[in-house]
Design a protein around this ligand. Structure first.
Ligand code: ADP
Ligand code: MG
Length: 251
């Protein structure tokens, strides 16, 4: 797999066995280390969810992996083909949906490329729509389509469902699960929703104090059933790690 190297340290390991390889990563803001000697490996095709309290550095890590922040120390190896989608869909209001999907792609990509991606996310009927006429869920689908046209080996998602209502959120989660199965790319999903993490991921990470403080493999068959007692067990264990008292929650 082709790789980009961020940061001053050369990679020591063959990149082909990893979609992401991060070693000794540090990032400070105003002298305060938000990421502090962090290590992270993601296998090709692996779905990883990243949890952690607000402000712990999840978005900072994601931006670094996306190549949007290079003011770092350490080694960061990521695939050349990567794409990112944020909580806010960030569509350009003066461009129709299909043009937004192609935004920033090299060369002169054809409309058909956008149409195919829009079809994949169930938004082909909105190809010629203006962004302001889209619902929240539709805008998020457009944002996903924009990520997909890059044919990423690594898909980075920063709380992509955070602003959606409950039902739209469930549909969007299902869509991402399907896309991942079909595309076979590695996914790093930042979320504050433990249930979402256990529902979708092969492995759930908890970030704290600038490092990956905990990781939990999710060894449940897909599609997953939140009524499965093992699901509840994993969920409770992660909530405890996050410092949420589940007994108090239930009371
Ligand atoms: N560009 C920046 N300048 C200064 N501080 C920042 C910047 N980006 C993030 N931070 C700080 O880094 C910490 C981690 O932020 P962030 O990665 O957005 O957290 P999370 O996504 O986990 O909520 C926060 O304290 C935030 O204020
Ligand atoms: Mg964030």
């Amino acid at each position: 797999m082709a790789t980009d190297v961020h940061g001053p340290v050369s990679p020591q390991v063959s990149p082909t066995s990893h979609a992401v390889r991060v070693e000794g990563l540090s990032r400070s803001f105003d002298g305060r280390a938000v990421i502090d000697d962090l290590r992270l490996d993601i296998r090709p095709g692996e779905f990883v969810a990243l949890l952690g309290r607000s402000g712990c550095g999840k978005s900072t890590l994601l931006r670094i992996l996306a190549g949007l922040d290079r003011d770092i120390r350490g080694t960061v190896l990521v695939p050349r083909r990567k794409a990112v989608a944020f909580q806010a869909p960030r569509l350009m209001p003066w461009k129709k949906v299909w043009r937004n999907v192609l935004l920033g792609l090299p060369g002169k990509p054809e409309r058909a490329v956008a149409e195919k991606a829009l079809e994949e996310v169930g938004l082909d009927h909105r190809t010629d729509a203006w962004p302001k006429t889209l619902s929240g869920g539709e805008a998020q689908r457009a944002s996903l389509a924009r990520a997909l046209v890059r044919e990423p080996d690594l898909l980075l998602l920063d709380e992509p469902f955070g602003a959606l209502d409950a039902l739209t959120r469930i549909k969007a989660q299902r869509l991402v699960g399907e896309l991942w199965l079909r595309r076979g790319c590695a996914v790093l999903l930042v979320t504050h929703d433990v249930e979402e993490a256990v529902l979708l991921a092969d492995r759930v990470l908890v970030m704290d104090d600038g490092v990956i403080a905990h990781e939990q493999t999710v060894d449940l068959d897909r599609p997953r059933d939140i009524a499965d007692p093992r699901f509840a067990e994993l969920r409770a264990g992660l909530l405890e790690r996050l410092g949420v008292d589940t007994a108090a929650e239930a009371a």
